[in-house]
Design a protein around this ligand. Structure first.
Ligand code: MG
Length: 351
């Protein structure tokens, strides 16, 4: 995509461990800085270690943060400290660190890459009246038609077979449990205002990428085949860069019918559990994210069945002591405490 995008140049590339991939990309894109954050995986002539992230961010015009999970929060906070605009694909940055990034959002320094939020961001552009609300669409995930009594025992192979989007393993599991959508509701609150009415509907075709309800009650949406290059390009070229037609052959006559269904709490119990806990206190979002990361890893390793993921989240939230979030240290200590609780619940469930 970078090669096809006029005016885009890669300043730096940072990965966690996959040195081979990042070096291959570097040979193609000739960035000024290349780094492998984890020294155990870095070749001796490649920048590495705790300061490598800062070296990658400093001097860039914009940073694309696509780190997976809670680990991404440090990059987002560093962008806010260094005042570098952020194309944000790491939703955990706002899910867990929203209170620390709220000011950065209000200053217009974060452009969302999450497809639903990118859509809302685009639909709000040019609107001068405050909207009535937002509707996030959800595919419903790979288990959306599995009989309820079979859901609990489903394994990773079944859950990873996503019907419309091709994504990483964790987000595909989170899509099936709708934990991902619960986090996206929290993310939307930080990006667009928690006082807005934020609703969710199952939209099986993944053509409508979310909707905004305007002041007069009408709906505005962005439609197109599901392809992450659309929101990535939009964010990287924001506000004035040139866009090329990613979805060249996509035509409405090729779409199926478009349907919208209510979320069934029996099928997706974790969704309501997380959303209502976070309304009580934001720190529940940090605990839920930690529990989910632990539970999904155990699930992907075959140590838990699908029903176990929700139980780990519920139990971790039940044992969480809500606390105001003041700084990154507090957030990190809630994260590590919640991981320990979640690990313990996983062990009990495995017995
Ligand atoms: Mg999304």
């Amino acid at each position: 995509m970078i090669e096809r995008s006029p005016g885009l140049e890669v300043w730096s590339l940072l990965c966690g461990r996959n040195a081979e991939l990042v070096l291959r990309q570097a040979r193609k894109l000739s960035p000024k800085v290349v780094a492998v954050a984890d020294p155990r995986f870095a070749p001796s002539d490649v920048l590495s270690g705790p300061d490598s992230m800062r070296a990658c961010i400093e001097g860039a015009d914009m940073v694309l943060n696509a780190i997976v999970g809670f680990a991404g929060i440090r990059a987002s906070i560093l962008c806010s400290k260094l005042d570098v605009p952020l194309a944000l694909a790491n939703k955990e940055s706002l899910v867990t660190g929203g209170p620390l990034l709220g000011d950065f959002v209000r200053r217009g320094m974060i452009v969302p890459v999450d497809s639903e939020h990118s859509t809302i961001f685009r639909c709000l552009a040019g609107e001068t009246k405050r909207p009535l609300g937002l509707l996030l669409t959800a595919s419903g995930g790979a288990m959306r038609d599995t009989p309820l009594d079979e859901l609990r025992l489903a394994d990773a192979a079944q859950v990873l077979d996503h019907p419309t989007w091709s994504m990483g393993a964790r987000i595909t599991v989170d899509s099936a449990s709708m934990v991902n959508k619960a986090f996206e509701v929290v993310e939307a609150g930080w990006l667009f205002g928690a006082d807005l009415e934020i609703d969710v509907a199952i939209h099986r075709q993944s053509i409508v990428h979310s909707l905004v309800r305007l002041a007069d009650g009408s709906w505005k949406a962005l439609l197109g085949a599901p392809d992450m290059r659309v929101p990535i390009q939009y964010a990287l070229q924001w506000p004035e860069g040139e866009l090329y037609p990613v979805l060249e052959g996509d035509r409405p006559t090729g779409w199926e019918e478009l349907t919208f269904e209510r979320v069934d709490n029996h099928r997706y119990p974790a969704f309501e559990t997380i959303v209502s806990a976070v309304v009580d206190d934001h720190s529940y979002a940090v605990a839920a994210n930690a529990a989910d990361e632990v539970a999904v890893e155990a699930f992907l390793q075959g140590r838990l069945r699908f029903g176990g993921v929700v139980r780990v989240i519920e139990e971790t939230l039940r044992r969480h002591d809500p606390t105001g979030l003041v700084d990154l240290e507090t957030i990190e200590s809630i994260d590590s405490d919640s991981r320990a609780v979640a690990e313990e619940v996983v062990r009990v469930l495995c017995l």
